[in-house]
Structure formats: C-alpha cells, structure tokens
Design a protein around this ligand. Structure first.
Ligand SMILES: [Mg+2]
Length: 432
C-alpha cells in the first residue's frame, strides 16, 4: 500500500463482548482476582475493500460490557476516516481519540475509556500490518525513526524524553538490525511462565505443571503470593524443591499489600532467591513502589510493575522515581501500541528493562510483537529480559503464539496476531 495514493475508507466498526469461563478451574487466579473469567472487548474495523483489522483489550468477565459501550462511544471518530490519513499522522489521530473534547472527561487517558482506546488502536495496527503484508513487529522495525516517532503523542513527556531524542535512540538502535532479525527468526525470544503458579492451584497441580514446563525448556517461573504468608512459604518451598535453585523465580502479589506490609512480607520470602516482586501495592503508588524498591534492593529483589499502569505519564513517574527495576508494559492497556512505544523509548533512555505482562486473552499474541521490535530496532538486547507466557486461549486465535524451547517464535503472518476464530466468537460471545 502506498500511504499517499490509497484512498480507502473505513466503512464499519464492530465490538463484541467475549468471555471464556476460566474461573471454573481457577486459571488466572491471584490474591486480588480470585475467579477471573478471561474476557475481552473485541473490535473489528472494516475497510471498503473488505479487509478487517482486529484489536482487543483484556478484561476479567463482569464489566466487559462497559468497555464495549466505551468502544461504541469512540466509534464515530473512526468510521468514515480514510485509513492512509490515519497512518500519515497516527500520533495526531491518537490524540483525536484521547482528547476528544467531551469524551475526555470520563478519563482522561485512564480507566475504561483508555481500555477502549487500546482495543481500537490495536485493531488499527493489525490493519496496518495486513495492508503492508507484514507482522507488526516487522512493520515497527521497518518504519523510519521519524515515522515511528510520528505515531506517538509526546504531550507531557518532554521533561524526560523529546521527539528528537527518541529519533536519535531509534537511529542508534538500528545498527546491527539485520543480524538481530536473523537471530530472532532462528531462535525466538525467551519466555517465562506463570502457568504453574496461579493462586487457586493445588500443590499437585503446581508440581505437575512445573515439571511439564521444565520438560518444555522453561527456566523461569512466576508464582502468585500475598494471601497468606504461611501458605506462601509452603508454596515457594514446593516450587524451589521442584525447579531447583538454578532456575529463576519471581513472585506476584497483584496489589494486595500496604507499603510496609510488602517490605515485611518479602523479607520473610527473600531466602527463596526471588528475582522480582510484582505489583506489591497499588498500581498508582509511585512513591510507595520506590520505598519498597529501596528496602528490597539489598536483598537482591527487584520491583516489577506496569500491567495496570494507566498511562505514559504514570510510567514516566515510576521511571523518574526509580520505583521499578522491571517495566511490565501490557499490550491491551494504556492507549495501545502508540503509547506503549513511548514507554519503551523512556525505558531505553533511562536504562530500565522491559519484561512485558501477558497473562490474559490475546496478550501473549500481541506483546511478542512489541518486545521483538524492541530487540531488533531499539534496545538491541535480550539481556535480563523475557516475555511472560501463559498457556490459555491460544487455540481461539487464527494465528496463535508459537513457543518452542521456551522461546516465542517470531510471527510471520501479517498483522498483530489478534484475529479470533469465527467459532470462538460464536461460542463465547456474551449476549445479554
Ligand atoms: Mg502480574
């Protein structure tokens, strides 16, 4: 597609409420979300030519209908647009969604309206990839630095990063790109798994799943904690006895603790050789995370957070305050790909590792593209980084993630890997 000559209009917009009954077997359960039904608001944007882009934002069951309503409220800003105009000034288009003069009051740039923005923006990236016949990671890696930067709204970021600095980082990031692309295509990108550690699982299930994933080559495991200290100690003893002491272990409290409680609790678990504590407290508490990070650093435990961080401004503050060591962007949150790119660029500038969150519907499918772009065209390294992997709902997608030897293999099909199978939609659409 030539961006200047095509004149194709978006003719329709559809959004569906899709819910998978995962709570029946405690898949996805943690200290705060004890019975999630993995769900999504699923957006379809259709061109006059018939080509469709699909995008989603992840939800946990009840409430998906609210995100669906928010997507519908934004749809008037999409239908009738010439698609090439969007990509010529994607940053400007993004701002037209997030700063619509009346709608912005119900955010701004946070909460349900921003989840809806993410679903829509993700559908537009899927569409762009399909138009250019490239997987999104490659589309991103092939964009000229100025083009990539033009997709981002830099408002509120200039005291940490400017457009010009971002272009420079991307120029430098391109050195050695072909070599890294070849390596990525051959070997993939390392993953860790959370699948053995959901809070609602029995000891037998944890033991069996840890063994299953070790057999598949996994060397890094994450376990949910935070409900009961005695049970956490028992669970970590079980997992360490199963995976040994050479494999990497992380824990995730999903926001359950007070700040001091997080520090005290983690001191009781520190002898289990834990790489990071994830979401120890409120996802909005920048200074609280900074305090926890400072207290746990001497114990060798890093702080990880980001899966519920509401926008680039909050990420900026976490980074400015040294409040996280591992930045966990989520592909279905903040305002979709465009805003997430700004977080990657800030992390690159400030030397923070990005280890994406992916526990949810379609999150593995999407986030692999972003992390692969980062490796190929920005950070240039996989050192100390991995992508979360959960083995759920992949069979519902037309182009599911492929994981071999505990590595995500680079997607080869055009788009953002976000298209659900028609039979998944008909079986799991929630129709009130
Ligand atoms: Mg988490």
């Amino acid at each position: 597609m030539s961006l200047t000559t095509e004149n194709i209009k978006i003719i329709s917009f559809d959004v569906k409420d899709i819910r998978f009954p995962t709570s029946l077997e405690a898949h996805g359960s943690d200290a705060m979300h004890t019975d999630p039904d993995y769900s999504c608001a699923y957006v379809t944007i259709k061109l006059k030519t018939g080509l469709e882009g699909h995008g989603l934002t992840f939800t946990c069951g009840r409430g998906t209908e609210i995100v669906v309503a928010a997507c519908k409220s934004l749809s008037d800003l999409i239908v009738g647009q010439v698609v090439s105009d969007i990509y010529k000034d994607f940053g400007g288009f993004w701002r037209s969604l997030t700063s619509e003069s009346q709608l912005r009051w119900v955010g701004p740039e946070k909460g349900v309206i921003h989840l809806a923005t993410a679903a829509i923006i993700n559908a537009l990236w899927d569409l762009w990839g399909k138009l250019l016949n490239k997987p999104v990671w490659q589309l991103l890696a092939d964009l000229e630095p100025e083009q990539l930067v033009s997709t981002i709204d830099f408002r509120y970021l200039s005291n940490v990063i400017t457009k010009e600095e971002a272009v420079e980082l991307l120029r430098r990031g391109r050195v050695g790109k072909e070599e890294r692309m070849n390596q990525l295509l051959a070997l993939g990108y390392p993953a860790y798994t959370t699948q053995a550690g959901w809070l609602g699982y029995s000891d037998e299930t944890i033991y069996d799943l840890a063994n299953k994933y070790m057999e598949q080559g996994f060397n890094a495991f994450k376990v949910k904690v935070g409900k009961n200290l005695f049970q956490d100690i028992k669970r970590l003893e079980l997992i360490r006895n199963t995976i040994g002491w050479d494999r990497i272990l992380m824990v995730d409290a999903n926001q359950i603790w007070e700040v001091q409680e997080a520090i005290d609790w983690m001191k009781q678990l520190s002898h289990f050789k834990i790489l990071w504590i994830e979401e120890p407290t409120s996802p909005d508490d920048v200074l609280g995370h900074a305090e926890i990070a400072k207290a746990l650093k001497p114990l060798g435990i890093g702080v990880a957070t980001g899966e519920m961080c509401c926008n680039r401004v909050l990420f900026k503050q976490f980074l400015q305050a040294n409040a996280l060591e591992y930045c966990q962007i989520d592909s279905a949150r903040i305002g979709g790909v465009n805003e997430i790119l700004s977080v990657y660029l800030m992390c690159k500038k400030l030397g923070v590792k990005v280890c994406p969150h992916a526990g949810g519907v379609g999150l593995c499918e999407m986030v692999q593209h972003l992390q692969m772009w980062d490796y190929v065209a920005l950070s240039g390294t996989m050192d100390g980084r991995f992508i979360e992997y959960v083995d759920q709902q992949h069979d519902q997608f037309v182009n599911p993630t492929i994981v071999e030897n505990a590595c995500y293999m680079a997607p080869r099909t055009p788009g953002y890997s976000t298209t659900l199978k028609p039979e998944a939609i008909s079986a799991y659409e929630n129709i009130p």
